[in-house]
Ligand binder design. Structure first.
Ligand SMILES: NC(=O)C1=CN([C@@H]2O[C@H](COP(=O)(O)OP(=O)(O)OC[C@H]3O[C@@H](n4cnc5c(N)ncnc54)[C@H](OP(=O)(O)O)[C@@H]3O)[C@@H](O)[C@H]2O)C=CC1
Ligand SMILES: O=C(O)[C@H](O)CS(=O)(=O)O
Length: 481
């Protein structure tokens, strides 16, 4: 990474109690560039036996951090936010090299990630309580909000920075400490954020970043009686496992899990806008996004026209190494991601769908963006998250039919629809069983709105004024005069 303006942002150590440490065993994990397989960094393979010290540091630091005036916590978070923006070029490059997304997208994610820190730096000052009229004359009732304490986050590889700040910023704003365990595939962005947190003056132990076996470190965190909250973003399968592991200690949990987003285009939609929205939603991050369109439902009257326009635009998308200017789709994260897209295409084609564009491996981890037509609910793409650059087009006739099809899934994260009819907008928004709905837009994520799903897509909300509540407990105080 000789191109970094500030090479000291590239860390090969864990951030524990304010110090950069190696695993006692000296073992490391290679971080590779999905664009060419080269090793871009090495991080410690911390053993589970090394975790109690991390948890103890988080407990010790949390008390003093919570005791600071909210305004002082806010100022440190604000500085962290500023440092992220000052270092956007380096942070973007680190992300592209370990994750593969195009540099412009990576820098966009850094700005998006930083926006959560800015937002919660402001929210830190607005953690209000209540007074409640008491049922007896000699009583006074007050309600205060207090930090939940020591928290932990387990985060995925697809958004290596934003999934951390969307958890750490509200946690720290509320007065919690947080132990972050990023994905093995993309730990370098997390460690760079840790370095900037140190530079921002966030005290030792308040934010720690550990790398090593997910299941072993995860088990120590979930078993701990000191860790009172776990926030996880990743697959529904691992979310279920972690929920079970957290049951014995009755931990508070936030879970941002899988999605299977429907993207519905009605006959009356602005077709060009719908195609643009579909591309933004479906092909961003090579389709490796939990909120990305997974099933595209197009009303019969415009089905052919939509398919043709979409194919024309998708064909022009430039696939390549994320650091090359103009790249719009980078490599996928790992071989099994390509296997899954290929499997979904093969399954659909074997059941009668037609591959009208792409769908081929382009060498290494590159995959040609694909479109399927004639897709039906019997195919795997209807039930499973593809997590890749494949747009399967289903046809529908009526509003009732498409709402039923859209809701026919265990998931309920994000849904999108395009219509210019106002009454339909209200009916469909209310009828979709999803935590987030985009109307005439394919991009819904931002720091001011509550991000999260219903059904098996998870628990809790991140971002927005609601996000900080996940890190606060209510305490009711009844005072007899
Ligand atoms: N909601 C979302 O944003 C995401 C959803 N997904 C969905 O999940 C699928 C699989 O992706 P994948 O990356 O494997 O997702 P996982 O759920 O396996 O991984 C997410 C995070 O959990 C960690 N993890 C994995 N197993 C355990 C465990 N037993 N205990 C504690 N932590 C664990 C991972 O670590 P490590 O990577 O080091 O193993 C990673 O940090 C995707 O195809 C997609 O459908 C994936 C990523 C994000
Ligand atoms: O912020 C987003 O758009 C999402 O969090 C991306 S993902 O985690 O749902 O994939």
């Amino acid at each position: 990474m000789s191109n970094l303006k500030d090479p000291s942002l590239l860390k090969g150590a864990c951030l524990v109690d304010g110090a950069w440490v190696q695993a006692a065993s000296g073992e490391t994990i290679d971080v590779t560039n999905p664009a060419d397989g080269s090793v871009v960094g090495r991080v410690p393979n911390l053993a589970p036996e090394e975790m109690p010290a991390v948890i103890a540091a988080a407990r010790k630091a949390q008390k003093d951090w919570a005791a600071l005036a909210a305004k002082d916590r806010s100022a440190k978070l604000r500085r962290w936010f500023e440092l992220m923006l000052e270092n956007v070029d380096d942070l973007g490059l680190i992300m592209t090299l370990e994750q593969g997304k195009p540099l412009a997208e990576a820098k966009g994610e850094i700005a998006y990630a930083a926006s959560f820190i800015e937002w919660f730096a402001e929210e830190a000052k607005r953690v209000y309580g209540d007074t409640i009229p008491a049922p007896r004359a000699n009583q006074r009732i007050t309600v205060i909000r207090q930090p939940v304490g020591v928290t932990a986050a387990i985060t995925p590889w697809n958004f290596p920075a934003a999934m951390i700040t969307r958890k750490a910023a509200p946690a720290l704003a509320a007065g919690c400490s947080m132990i972050v365990r990023p994905a093995d595939l993309t730990p370098l962005s997390a460690l760079a954020l840790g370095e900037l947190a140190v530079r921002a003056g966030i005290p030792a132990g308040v934010l720690q970043v550990v790398t090593g076996s997910a299941s072993k470190i995860g088990k120590v965190l979930t078993d701990s009686e000191v860790v009172t909250k776990l926030s996880f973003t990743g697959s529904t399968e691992v979310g279920r496992l972690l929920m079970a592991q957290c049951a014995p200690t009755i931990k508070k949990m936030s879970l941002e899990l899988g999605g299977n987003a429907p993207f519905i285009v009605f006959d009356d939609a602005d077709l060009d806008a719908a195609v643009e929205g579909a591309i933004a939603s479906k092909y961003r991050n090579a389709g490796q996004t939990c909120v990305c369109a997974n099933r595209l439902y197009v009303q019969r009257g415009i089905y052919e026209a939509f398919a043709a326009k979409l194919a024309e635009k998708v064909k022009a998308l430039k696939v390549g190494n994320g650091i090359e200017p103009g790249t719009e789709i980078g490599p996928m994260i790992e071989p099994k991601a390509l296997d899954k897209v290929e499997d979904h295409i093969a399954d659909a084609v074997s059941k009668g769908a037609k591959l009208i564009l792409g769908g081929k491996r382009l060498g290494g981890l590159y995959f040609e963006p694909a479109i399927l037509t004639g897709v039906t609910s019997e195919m795997k793409v209807a039930k499973e998250e593809t997590f890749g650059p494949l747009a399967p087009l289903f046809v529908f006739d009526t509003e009732e039919e498409v709402i039923a099809m859209a809701n026919d899934t265990i998931f309920g994260l994000a849904a999108y629809f395009y219509t210019r009819d106002h009454a339909r907008m209200v009916r469909v928004s209310e009828g979709l069983e999803y935590g987030m709905v985009g109307h005439n837009t394919g991009l819904i994520s931002n720091e001011v709105a509550p991000f999260g799903g219903v059904k098996q897509s998870g628990l809790g909300r991140e971002g927005s004024k609601y996000g900080i509540e996940e890190y606060l407990e209510l305490k009711y105080i009844c005072s007899a005069l």
